[in-house]
Design a protein. Structure first.
Length: 268
């Protein structure tokens, strides 16, 4: 859900926005309101909103100065500007500050809803980039894709440790828990149960996550076709690779790199 802060000095407009817009229909929630830029800056620090909807002309500190100051403080949020002033310079300056939309008052609900859709798209792209950077960096504190996490957390069962080592060293080969249980001379049920108990996820989940981690690193190099990457990381079926990739990153591998490049361009 998108967390929104409303910054507007005119109470009738501020309360009107809060109480008349169907925020829930856009999966949004109002987490706070502020009466001027100074108040808004304090609320940004306190509440960490995903989106700030702000007027420009306000006493003490105007909306644009509030945004500039928040950016200088490394606050990361999307911005929608509301104003009764339609001069081009305001719009241009808003765009330079990374504002998603510039809306004249009185606010047209349809225009606001369209702006909220744009905000959601940007937030989704940022979330994708965050996941991608986690996977590519493979920091030690990232459990989601980093198999080293499980070694660091002292897996006690030797067969589970051996299974993790197999994933780490032979992820590109045909691997399944049935073959491993035969290799270790234990039952498949025993190995499956112990793996889930110690790791918290199934053998197949961890194997797939590790393969996706490796596939992303190959995608970033832009040296291989998608089906080649699929094979290199151990998937024998390209369609299955695409399904698993999308499961963990909410985007198909064919769209992954394109979205990352678009977002990086927007961030400059």
């Amino acid at each position: 859900m998108i967390k929104i802060l409303i910054v507007e000095d005119e109470e009738i407009i501020r309360k009107g926005l809060i109480n008349t817009i169907d925020w829930l229909s856009k999966d949004c929630t109002i987490i706070g309101e502020a009466i001027n830029g100074k108040d808004g800056l304090e609320k940004i620090e306190e509440l960490s909103p995903d989106l700030v909807i702000t007027d420009i002309r306000m006493p003490i500190l105007d909306g644009l100065e509030m945004i500039r100051e928040a950016i200088q403080r490394d606050k990361n949020f999307e911005k929608i500007i509301l104003t009764s002033y339609g001069e081009f310079e305001y719009a241009k300056e808003s765009i330079n500050l990374g504002v998603v939309e510039y809306i004249l008052k009185p606010v047209d609900e349809d225009i606001l809803y369209e702006a909220l859709d744009k905000v959601r798209e940007k937030l989704n792209k940022k979330e994708l980039l965050r996941k991608v950077e986690e996977v590519v960096d493979t920091k030690d504190d990232i459990k989601f894709f980093n198999i080293e996490f499980y070694f660091d957390n002292k897996i006690e069962n030797k067969y589970v440790r051996k299974s993790l080592e197999k994933i780490k060293n032979s992820y590109y080969e045909k691997l399944n828990i049935k073959d491993l249980s035969e290799e270790f001379d234990v039952s498949t049920g025993y190995l499956s149960r112990k793996f889930k108990e110690e790791v918290g996820e199934t053998f197949l989940d961890i194997l797939n996550k590790y393969r996706i981690q490796k596939s992303i690193k190959l995608l970033m190099k832009e040296e291989y076709k998608l089906y080649e990457i699929s094979e290199k990381v151990g998937f024998t079926d390209y369609k299955h690779f695409c399904t698993v990739f999308k499961k963990y990153l909410n985007v198909a591998p064919g769209d992954f790199l394109k979205q990352k490049l678009v977002l990086l361009k927007e961030e400059k």
